[in-house]
Design a protein around this ligand. Structure first.
Ligand code: UDP
Length: 460
C-alpha cells in the first residue's frame, strides 16, 4: 500500500497570508501531495461565513483548525497580548496535533509548510523530526533584509527596537537598490508597539530560515533575480493566483463585474487598500473628493472598518454627484477585477498580494503605502520596476485631493509605465506556465517531498 507525502500548511492568521498559502497548497495538492491546511478556528469560521451556503470546494486540500486562545483576550487592541497568546496556545496545540497525526500511519506528516512569521512552527517541527518548508509571503529583498536583521543589530546599524538613523541605507548588493530606513519592513508610522512586534517577527526569520529544508516565496525569478541571487536556495513559486473565492474573509460583491462590463476599455481607476489598512475620516473624505475631481470612472473597495469612525461617512453630496461613474462595494473578486479590460490603473496600499495580482495583469499602480512591507513595496514598484507612481505625503500630512488628481493624470498618460507593466505581465505569465521558472520550482519541491526519506511507504 502506498502512502502519499502529507504536508501540513500553517498560515499566519490574516487575509494577506492565508490567501497565498492556500493557493500554493492547492498547487502542491494538484501535483499529488496530500495537504492539510490548518487555520485558526476564528479564521476558519470567518471564511465559512464569507462563503455562505453551499458546498465548499477546497480545491483538493483538507481543512483543519487549531485554537489560538483569542477567547482569553479581553481587549483585542492589545496587540502585544494577542501575539503572545497566539504563540503560546498555537505552538502547544501544534505539537499535540503532530504527535497525534504521527502516531497514525495514515496521517503521518511529511513536512510542515508554514508562513515565515511563525518561527515557533518550525521549532516544533524540528523538535519532532519533521521536515520544514518556509513560505515567504512578500517582496524578496525583504527576506534578504529580515535574514540580516540580527547581524545589523549586532553591528549597531539598527537598534533593538528596529530603528535606525534617518539617513541609513543598507546596500546588500550592487544590483539591488539600498534599503532606506523609511522602507524597513516593520515600519508602522504612529504605532510604535506594532512596529516592535513586526520587528521581532523579522528578527526571528533568520533562525527559521536556518532550520528550514526549503524556502518558497510568492514571486518569480525573472522579477527578483538580483535578490534571489543572494539566497540561492530560495524557490520563487509565484505569482500565486486563482480566480475563485477560496480563502476570502469577506463575501464578494459580484455586481462590480457587471458594472465594469459597461465601462470603456482602460478607463476605470480601481481603488483598494487590502484587508487591514484604515484611513482617518479626513483622509477618507479627501480620497473621495480626489476620485471625484479626477473625472474618471472608479471602482472603490470600502470594507467595513476602513475608517476610524463607526459608520462610513462620505463627504456631503458625494455619492449623488458620482453616482453615474463611481461604484463603491465592500469587497470584490480582486483578481477578476484586475484582469478586466476596463481597468486602467490600481490605486493600492501596496500589499504584496495586490502587487503580484496587479503585475500578473499588467496594471500600473498608484502607490499609497500605509504600514509594514508596503513602504518597501512602493519603492520597488516606483523606483526599481518602474510600473507605478507614488502618492507621497510627508508623515502626518494628508494626501490632498489635488495631489490625487494630478498623480492619477500623470500615471494614466505615462506610456512607458504601461509598457513596463505589460512586459512584467508577460514575464509573470510565462513563469507560471508549464516549464516556466515558478511552475518548475513547485514541481521540484513536490518531487523532493516525494522522495525525501519516509515520504512514501510501500507496505505489503
Ligand atoms: N482582496 C480581495 N478583494 C478586495 C480587496 C482585497 O479579494 O476587495 C484580496 C486581494 O486580492 C489580496 C488580498 O485581499 O489577495 C490582500 O492582500 P494584500 O497583501 O494585498 O494586502 P493585506 O490585506 O495583507 O494588507
Amino acid at each position: 500500500m502506498e502512502r502519499r507525502p502529507h504536508v501540513l500548511a500553517i498560515p499566519f492568521p490574516a487575509q494577506g497570508h492565508v490567501g497565498p498559502l492556500m493557493k500554493l497548497s492547492r498547487q502542491v495538492a494538484r501535483r499529488g501531495i496530500r495537504v492539510t491546511f490548518m487555520n485558526t478556528e476564528s479564521v476558519h469560521t470567518r471564511m465559512l461565513q464569507a462563503w455562505g451556503d453551499g458546498d465548499r470546494p477546497w480545491g483538493g486540500i483538507e481543512m483543519a483548525t487549531i485554537p489560538d486562545g483569542m477567547e482569553e483576550i479581553k481587549d483585542m487592541r492589545d496587540i502585544e497580548k494577542v501575539a503572545e497568546m497566539r504563540v503560546k496556545v498555537m505552538s502547544g496545540r501544534l505539537e499535540e496535533l503532530l504527535r497525534k497525526m504521527n502516531s497514525s500511519w495514515d496521517e503521518k506528516v511529511t513536512c510542515v509548510l508554514a508562513d515565515a512569521t511563525l518561527g515557533w512552527a518550525f521549532e516544533v517541527a524540528e523538535k519532532m523530526g519533521i521536515k520544514r518548508a518556509m513560505f515567504w509571503p512578500t517582496v524578496v529583498p525583504g527576506l534578504v533584509l529580515s535574514i540580516s536583521t540580527p547581524r545589523l543589530v549586532e553591528a549597531g546599524v539598527i537598534d533593538n527596537c528596529g530603528s535606525a538613523s534617518s539617513d541609513t541605507a543598507i546596500q546588500f548588493s550592487p544590483k539591488l537598490p539600498a534599503v532606506k530606513s523609511v522602507d524597513f519592513l516593520w515600519r508602522c508610522p504612529g504605532d510604535q508597539r506594532r512596529e516592535e512586534i513586526i520587528f521581532r517577527h523579522a528578527m526571528s526569520v533568520n533562525k527559521a530560515v536556518q532550520i528550514s529544508n526549503w524556502l518558497l516565496c510568492n514571486s518569480f525569478y525573472e522579477l527578483d533575480h538580483a535578490a534571489c541571487g543572494l539566497i540561492p536556495e530560495l524557490l520563487p513559486v509565484g505569482p500565486l493566483t486563482s480566480t475563485d473565492r477560496l480563502g476570502n474573509f469577506w463575501a464578494e460583491d459580484l455586481t462590480c463585474l457587471n458594472w465594469l462590463d459597461l465601462q470603456p476599455c482602460e478607463s476605470v481607476i480601481y481603488v483598494a487598500f487590502g484587508s487591514l489598512a484604515a484611513f482617518d475620516q479626513n483622509q477618507f473624505e479627501e480620497l473621495a473628493l480626489g476620485l471625484e475631481l479626477s473625472g474618471h470612472p472608479f471602482l472603490w473597495v470600502v470594507r467595513s472598518g476602513f475608517t476610524n469612525v463607526d459608520e462610513i461617512k462620505y463627504p456631503d453630496g458625494f455619492l449623488e454627484r458620482v453616482s453615474d461613474r463611481g461604484k463603491i462595494v465592500s469587497w470584490v473578486p480582486q483578481e477578476k477585477v484586475l484582469a478586466h479590460p476596463s481597468v486602467a490603473c490600481f490605486m493600492t496600499h501596496c500589499g504584496w498580494n495586490s502587487i503580484m495580482e496587479g503585475i500578473s495583469n499588467g496594471v500600473p499602480f498608484l502607490c499609497w503605502p500605509c504600514f509594514a512591507d508596503q513602504f518597501y513595496n512602493r519603492s520597488y514598484i516606483c523606483d526599481t520596476l518602474k510600473v507605478g507612481l507614488d502618492l507621497k505625503a510627508e508623515e502626518a500630512e494628508i494626501v490632498s485631493r489635488h495631489k490625487i488628481q494630478a498623480q492619477l493624470e500623470q500615471l494614466l498618460s505615462d506610456v512607458q509605465i504601461k509598457e513596463n507593466a505589460e512586459r512584467l505581465r508577460g514575464m509573470a505569465r510565462r513563469s507560471v506556465s508549464e516549464g516556466g521558472s515558478s511552475s518548475t520550482n513547485i514541481q521540484h519541491f513536490v518531487e523532493q517531498l516525494k522522495c525525501c526519506s519516509e515520504a512514501v511507504y510501500h507496505c505489503d
